[in-house]
Design a protein around this ligand. Structure first.
Ligand SMILES: [Cu+2]
Length: 504
């Protein structure tokens, strides 16, 4: 036992206040200089671990383990199990995720600078692949990867000291590395500074990552990983917390007005960098790249693949905040969207506007459960009922068509033709499929009124979605007949050529 340890033990037992400052070995001037001038890894060795080993509390997203209430370096035991599990990636779409702890992103690990971490990594016997872990918080070759190669049914152990404070990504680094990361093998480890982070009201864990599937975005059923798309960086899904809807509807993050929120935001990649933004908020502080200095008053922060940031803000007014990758097609066409629901009294001096509406939320308002219900029943019965199609179509119509044709289908005289009671629409529903897929331009007459405008093609919608929208429109606002099936849409899609520039 060296002098410092004795001091620490004494301090702990007697509660001496001199323990509150980081315990630096005074015999080593290098170390002292390290702290006062640059911080860094030299400063992070706070001596050998003190006291009984502690089993780390690890959590799955969006939850974060409690702040560390300890002012000495400890030995911390982290037990993490890698598992390959089939889970939904979107409504009605399943994917074989490879995980740290059974979830994507992997379990959140929280330690204190100077802690000695005993890492026990298990690979579940049902796994098909060997895995390992590279923690960016490790000072040492491979970040643990070379010591942690673990075959299915085996377990490995290595020990490291967390010398640098910060928010770090960990990921699997087994070849082919890109494939393991693309399948969801990443997570975050927070190394708290010795004095801890300033207290906040709520902390959450959000991590972006993109997925490459053989089928198109939202194509139903089990989807395989697509290596070629991954090499081309042509993501099918860009997601927050591993599945579309992980942070929407009932699963939205919660807060009250007047609270301070801290988000630990990571980006697993494997390829894309994230332009992380919260629609309706300004970040009061961003610990850029997960480091120890913060920038203030930030709108959008860049999070590299294999990097992280800590963002903090205070809620002022009630409503729904939207977390997005501001590479905005990713948010609205690939899934990179999450919600924070803020409850509390209005504050009209700060904001008088109304709740975020269908312009932003589209089909994602509250209706994911409906869409999920219909797709579930598609799996069990092979076919959705007309009621289920109408219910799913209503949400999609609100998000996609209502900006022009209006929520009640009435359109806008001489600008957008009506769908309610439209002689043109009701005359031919196959033509309507063609209009959605390929767009419409030039003069048409609807209920005796001339329209000469342009509707852009919406072929990014899949066959189910178009069938549901049209079935809804055929049975709403006084329209009382008709049904369109995904097969009919598929036929029209196959037999007509997309106009240049339209999604395939
Ligand atoms: Cu792996």
């Amino acid at each position: 036992m060296n002098l410092k340890t004795i001091c620490l033990v004494l301090c702990l037992s007697f509660g001496l206040s001199s323990c509150d400052s980081p315990s630096v070995s005074v015999e080593n001037p290098e170390q002292v200089r390290g702290i006062s001038e640059t911080g860094g890894s030299a400063a992070g060795d706070l001596g050998p671990p003190v006291g009984e080993p502690i089993i780390a509390i690890i959590t799955s997203a969006p939850n974060v383990p409690p702040p560390i209430d300890r002012d000495w370096p400890a030995k911390v035991i982290v037990n993490l199990e890698m598992r390959e599990v089939v889970m939904p990636i979107s409504e009605g779409v399943d994917y074989m995720f490879w995980t740290f702890g059974g979830t994507v992103p992997g379990s959140f690990i929280r330690v204190r600078q100077g802690d000695t971490i005993e890492f026990n990594l298990a690979n579940h016997p049902s796994s098909k692949m060997p895995h390992n872990i590279d923690l960016h918080a490790v000072t040492g070759p491979g970040g643990g990867a070379s010591s942690s190669f673990t075959a299915p049914g085996f377990e490995s152990q290595f020990i490291f000291k967390a010398l640098n404070q910060g928010l770090f990504v960990y990921h699997c680094a087994t070849a082919p590395v890109g494939m393991h990361v693309a399948n969801g093998m990443y997570g975050l480890i927070l190394v708290e500074p010795p004095e801890g982070l300033p207290p906040v009201d709520r902390e959450y864990y959000v991590m972006q990552g993109e997925f490459y599937t053989v089928g198109r975005y939202r194509e139903k059923g089990f989807q395989e990983f697509d290596m070629q798309k991954a090499i081309e960086e042509n993501a099918t899904y860009v997601l927050l917390n591993g599945s579309e809807g992980a942070l929407l509807g009932d699963k939205a993050l919660r807060a009250n007005t007047g609270e301070t929120i801290r988000l630990f935001v990571g980006n697993g990649g494997p390829n894309l960098i994230s332009s992380f933004h919260v629609i309706g908020e300004i970040f009061d502080k961003v610990y850029t790249e997960g480091g120890s200095h913060y920038q203030e008053n930030v709108q959008t922060t860049l999070i590299p693949a294999g990097g992280a940031a800590i963002v903090e803000f205070r809620t002022e007014v009630p409503g729904t905040l939207l977390m997005v990758d501001h590479s905005i097609f990713r948010a609205f066409n690939k899934g990179a969207l999450g919600m924070i629901k803020v409850d509390g009294p209005e504050n009209l001096a700060i904001y008088t506007g109304r709740e975020v509406d269908s312009v932003y939320l589209g089909d994602k308002v509250n209706d994911l459960s409906i869409v999920a219900e219909i797709t579930n029943s598609l799996f069990t019965t092979g076919e959705a009922t007309i009621e289920q199609q109408i219910a799913a179509g209503e949400a999609l119509f609100a998000g996609t068509c209502s900006v022009c044709h209006q929520l009640d289908g009435s359109g806008l005289v001489a600008v957008f033709p009506p769908l309610a009671g439209s002689d043109y629409f009701l005359a031919d529903s196959t033509r309507a499929i063609d209009i959605i897929l390929n767009g419409l331009s030039g003069p048409i007459t609807v209920n005796g009124q001339l329209y000469d405008s342009i509707m852009p093609p919406m072929s990014q919608l899949n066959d189910d979605e178009i069938a549901n929208i049209l079935t809804y429109a055929l049975n709403s606002w006084g329209n009382d007949d008709g049904r369109v099936s995904p097969e009919q849409v598929a036929d029209v899609r196959a037999s007509t050529e997309r106009p240049p520039g339209a999604a395939q």
